[in-house]
Every structure is written in structure tokens, then in C-alpha cells.
Write a protein that binds this ligand. Sequence first.
Ligand code: IPM
Ligand code: MN
Length: 352
Amino acid sequence: MAKTYTIAVLPGDGTGPEVTAEALKVLRAAAQKFDFKLNFSTYDFGGERYKRTGETISENGIEELRRHDAIFLGAIGHPDVKPGVLEKGILLRVRFALDQYINLRPVKLYPNVETPLKDKGPADIDFVVVRENSEGLYAGAGGVLKKGTLDEVAVQESINTRKGVERCLRYSFDYCRKRNKAKKLTLCGKTNVLTFAFDLWERTFYEVAREYPEIKTDYAHVDATCMWMVKNPEWFDVIVTDNMFGDIITDLGAMVQGGMGIAAGGNINPEGVSMFEPIGGSAPKYTGQNVINPMAAIMAGQMLLENLREDRAAQAVEKAVVKVVSEKLKNMAAGKMGYSTTQVGDLVAGLI
Ligand code: IPM
Ligand code: MN
């Protein structure tokens, strides 16, 4: 009997539905080829629904998502909705409610894809960022006093728990071992200033490292990490960092690997339900024009397949993507690919 997986699909806002359609096209082709079934159920959480109902995502909605094998998210963010409402109300809400404590973001430059880094190629740009995804400055701790007055005080606290830090580090060591490349794990922090938070990270890092004698440990401050990502990206294999630093360095990473058109990520709960998304956002100005690059969404689908342990299917999707980006697409940017959104999806699906 063919295996069946249930996938919750949240196409979301802006160009989210367009890139989602292409990712699903490729996933369907992979399922057919490798003999498993994907049952997609679509949910309309996003800006339009919020405008209609005033609701981002309900407790019931979360419970529904929890019942699937994986979640695919297109994009969240609507020009008519105040920034933060949908991001916090949907994206961060799902990450937190389903305890997706890892945000896995590969930074890999494919052949013939343009990078802004002079003299760097695919051999130099191939690393993975593990971003802690459930704590830090994203925990929502803090508050405000005397709002709107000249004496206003705003506090935003970074929450770092031993448990949260340790599970993220353990995942990173395991991932580095399984990846089996340079076997080097870099902790990206700020031990010289954030002497409470990163003291905990650093101590835990070297403690856990003792259980992984074959993994080389390395440390870089976050500012230096940005510098090395541009100057010597080949030094990195796996980088682990906190939520805020991970958010920032992965946008830099996306640019280094050829832009938002290709960068994908996974919000992972290794013991639960994970959610995969292109990291580029809803790009409202390109909505409905069939010009947005769906490769990031397709690669998010590829990560979803890996998460389902459909490794052969995942490898086939990556191979097809590499062929299309290297041999067909003129550029990774919206409107400059030389193909429409749907044509790019057809090209990849056709190669599976
Ligand atoms: C990301 C995004 C989100 C984040 C926003 C939209 C809340 O920037 O996935 O990197 O900050 O995590
Ligand atoms: Mn971000």
C-alpha cells in the first residue's frame, strides 16, 4: 500500500497562492513518481480572511493544523493590515503553538546562479543556519510604561532557557553529524556584550559538544559572522544561533545564495508537526502577475519531503531545481526569469 501523508496548505497573502500552486505541482509530480500519496487540505488563514472576520487563526485552527503530517505555508503579510498583526497572529502563533523550535535555513548557491559575492561560487557557499525558533526576543516578554509620554519606557526581553538552548544545540550537533560535510558547528552569538544570554548558550554548547567528539566547535560573534558570510562563506558548515540573530543573518544568507527567489526554510518540531515556507514574504506588488519566482516555495516543498523521510523524492526535486536554475532561468528575480511563475513550476515538475 502506498503511504499517505496529510499536508495542511496555507497559501496566505500576496504572491503566496501563486508560489504555493507551483510547489504543490512539483510535490504531486514527486508523489506520483515515488509512489506515495499527498492529501492536501487548504486553509485560508491570512490577510483577506482577517479583513473579513477579524480573526487571524483560532485555537480550533491550530488544533486542525496539528492533525496533519506537515504544513506548507506560502506567505503571510498584507498591505492593508497593520504590520505585526498577521505575522504575530499567524506565522509566529503557529511556530509557538506547535513548538517548532528549530528554524532550519540552508544557504546553498546553485551552479550558474548569480551571487553578489565576487569570486565566490557553489563550492564556497554551502552552509546551513539553525535558528532557535521559540525563544529569545521573539518570546514576547517585556512591556511598556507611561506610553506616549516623554517618560515612556519600553522593555523587550530576550528569554533563553537552559532547556530551549540545549534542545536547539543538540539538534544542531545531530544535524551537523548527519550532514557529514566539514563537521564543523559554529555558535553565532555575542558573548562580549550579552553576557547573560550567551554565557548560557556558550556553556551549554561546549557541554553538549563533549558528546560529539567528531564535530569541530567554532564560535563567532554575530557581527563577525556577517562579515565572514560575505568575505569567507566557505568557512561555514552549520551555524547555530538565537532567534533574532538567526532572523537577521538568514536574510543575508538568502542574498548570498541568489536572493529571496530561491531561499527556503523549515519551522521544525523534531517530535511534532513542522511547517515549511519560502522565506521571502508576500511580495504584494507582484501579486497576480505570474512573474514571481516559485523556486523558494518549491525548495520549501523539497524540505517538506525530507521531513516526511521521502528522501528519494526530495533528492529528485533538488536535482530538478538545480537543472532548471542552472540551465534555464536567466535570473532569480521576479519578472527577470525569462519564464513565468507557472512555466517554472512546469519545468521542474516535468523533470521529476
Ligand atoms: C522570517 C520573518 C518573520 C520572522 C517575520 C515575518 C515575523 O522575517 O521568517 O524570517 O521575523 O521570523
Ligand atoms: Mn526574517
